[in-house]
Design a protein around this ligand. Structure first.
Ligand code: ATR
Length: 276
């Protein structure tokens, strides 16, 4: 029951109405009997500063930040973690008695979703498709795990920027073209482009390059053409729901200092998505 003592958490974004985070977090609070709730707030770009100030004014415990605010929100925080600083984006804020700390839990979420599938990136060659906001968290995560990153993007200059940003963390190369014999030697291909969000999108990689010995990961969820096609030919395929759950689990722990009930969070998400 929501009472006068209930602590508030939530998410700021625009659009935000499609967010699955309220379902995941509210279930976790209920399950652990924590007197918290999680709400979605539609925050327009020009209102972001005021919305962040409201975290202090209303003593909101913490919020997630989603598109289009992950980068600009940094300007309004008191401190950001090393990870968030490297990635250049914040997706979680903790209100520490009026002092606002920013974190990025996306890289952790991505890596954890691979680990639970038994995927170890140490010294492996990873091809990242895309060079937008999502790609940055993924590249950071892969390099931290000791993988070698090859990055391919429609706009090469954006891939070059990512290389510059992360080159001190490990091996990272920009590919100007994708070549079938090169792709064949890759261990894991990650789709970090937005291709797959729409029904009629082409695949982010030439379909003739698909190979059953490669692992594929698509951070777009739930089921893209790339995922369907790679599953069909017998590849190991990892979707974006794991990353969603694990970034949420990490944020939950930052706010509540309690271990997140991950299995419960997964269960409610699957239930919600199969009902829809
Ligand atoms: P996000 O924050 O979700 O990563 P983004 O920053 O807009 O979103 O990045 C989208 C990524 O998808 C970019 O790498 C983009 O390529 P460009 O840098 O060339 O724009 C990629 N992308 C989007 N539409 C694409 C398309 N039709 N073909 C190839 N790549 C595409």
């Amino acid at each position: 029951m929501i009472t006068a003592k209930t602590k508030i958490t939530g998410i700021f974004g625009d659009p935000v109405e499609h967010s699955l985070s309220p379902i995941i977090h509210n279930e976790a609070f209920r399950h652990l009997n924590l007197d918290y709730c999680y709400l979605a707030f539609n925050v327009k770009r020009e209102k972001l500063r005021e919305a962040v100030e409201a975290i202090r004014a209303l003593q909101i415990v913490g919020v997630n930040i989603t598109l289009p605010h992950k980068e600009s929100v940094i300007n309004y925080l008191d401190e950001i973690s090393d990870e968030a600083n490297y990635i250049g984006a914040v997706n979680t804020i903790l209100n520490d008695k009026g002092y606002l700390r920013g974190f990025n839990t996306d890289a952790f979420g991505f890596i954890q979703s691979l680990k639970e599938e038994g995927v170890n990136l140490q010294q492996k060659d990873i091809l990242v498709l895309g060079a937008g906001g999502a790609a940055k968290a993924i590249v950071y995560g892969v390099l931290k795990e000791g993988g070698n990153v090859y990055i391919y993007n429609r706009t090469i200059s954006k891939a070059e920027e990512i290389k510059k940003r992360f080159s001190t963390l490990g091996t990272i190369e920009v590919l100007k073209n994708l070549d079938k014999s090169f792709v064949k030697k890759i261990y894991l291909v990650v789709n970090a482009t937005s291709l797959g969000l729409k029904e009629n999108d082409p695949m982010p990689i030439n379909p003739t390059f698909l190979n059953k010995d490669i692992i594929y990961c698509d951070i777009v969820y739930p089921n893209t053409k790339l995922m369907k096609e790679t599953k069909r030919i017998g590849c190991k395929v990892i979707g974006g729901l794991g990353m969603l759950i694990w970034q949420a689990a990490n944020a939950f722990e930052i706010w509540t200092k309690q271990k997140a009930p991950v299995e419960r969070m997964k269960k409610i998400l699957n239930k919600f998505l199969t009902k829809r």
